[in-house]
Design a protein around this ligand. Structure first.
Ligand code: SAH
Length: 244
């Protein structure tokens, strides 16, 4: 048996948003590796071993996946959304850099629909002009870097998507991010709190920066901040394709 390693994005939640390419890789896999709730989205079947693990062990998980593929297994590492967006694809390459004996393995990254694009589609087209994505978690970078990037993106009049906006272990940081936005953006700036997009729990809440409170976000929320031109048209939110 020739082993391979696929890093696949499962999309934001709904089964119909899993790409046919990812579904085909899962159908051929002998092993699925990933964070517990993502592995739980893969249907068990004979011949498939599921390896759920905790969130903070990404490099161990990546090494385990490379090891199994080198032994001839067909391994799919699953992420939610897209595997290249704050997820496992980079962790696999970090592990590969440390273990060059695995360089000859067949490694492929299969894209998925990332949370900000699913959320933007539900809202309308708030990311229709230039935008950036920022992970607000300080697990892998200092919080001062988060503040600096938010401030500079606001000064550049980018629309923004915030991943991992708020968790129980760092409840105050999102309040600070809102303060930074208030220093650079007008109070009427539109902000979309998009929670559990494409799942039965989906909830979209659009408010102005003046109305936004930290409690509007949790770890199942992606926050979209419009640029200075973002506006409402009926129930839809959109950003014009041209800048003034
Ligand atoms: N690789 C994933 C992101 C992982 S980071 C992707 O491409 O979407 C986890 C963060 O993604 C969450 O804290 C939240 O901000 C966002 N997220 C993931 N799924 C989501 C969903 N269905 N609805 C809203 N936000 C989601």
């Amino acid at each position: 048996m020739t082993g391979w390693l696929v890093v696949a994005g499962l999309g934001p939640g709904a089964d119909e948003l899993v790409t046919p390419q990812v579904a085909a890789a899962l159908a051929q896999a002998t092993d699925v590796v990933g964070y517990i709730p993502y592995v739980a989205r893969v249907a068990p079947r004979a011949g498939l071993t599921l390896h759920p693990s905790d969130n903070r062990v990404e490099i161990d998980r990546a090494q385990h996946a490379l090891q199994m593929a080198s032994e001839g297994r067909r391994v799919v590492v699953v992420s939610s959304g897209d595997p290249g967006v704050f997820a496992m694809a980079s962790a696999i390459f970090e592990a590969l850099e440390a273990r060059p004996e695995f360089l000859s393995l067949d490694i492929r990254i299969l894209p998925g629909i990332t949370a900000m694009l699913a959320a933007a589609a539900s809202a309308g087209a708030p990311l229709g002009h230039d935008f950036c994505a920022i992970n607000l978690s300080d697990n892998l970078k200092p919080f001062a870097t988060v503040e600096k990037r938010v401030a500079l993106a606001a000064q550049g009049d980018f629309a923004m998507a915030f991943y991992n906006p708020r968790s129980a272990s760092r409840p105050h940081q999102f309040a600070r991010v809102l303060e930074v936005l208030r220093e650079h953006c007008e109070p009427s700036r539109l902000i979309i709190f998009a929670r559990a997009v494409s799942t039965p729990d989906e909830a979209l809440n659009t408010v102005t920066l003046a109305e936004a409170t930290p409690e509007m976000a949790d770890m199942r929320t992606v926050v979209l901040v419009g640029n200075s031109q973002t506006r409402r048209i009926g129930p839809h939110i959109y950003t014009p394709r041209s800048a003034l």
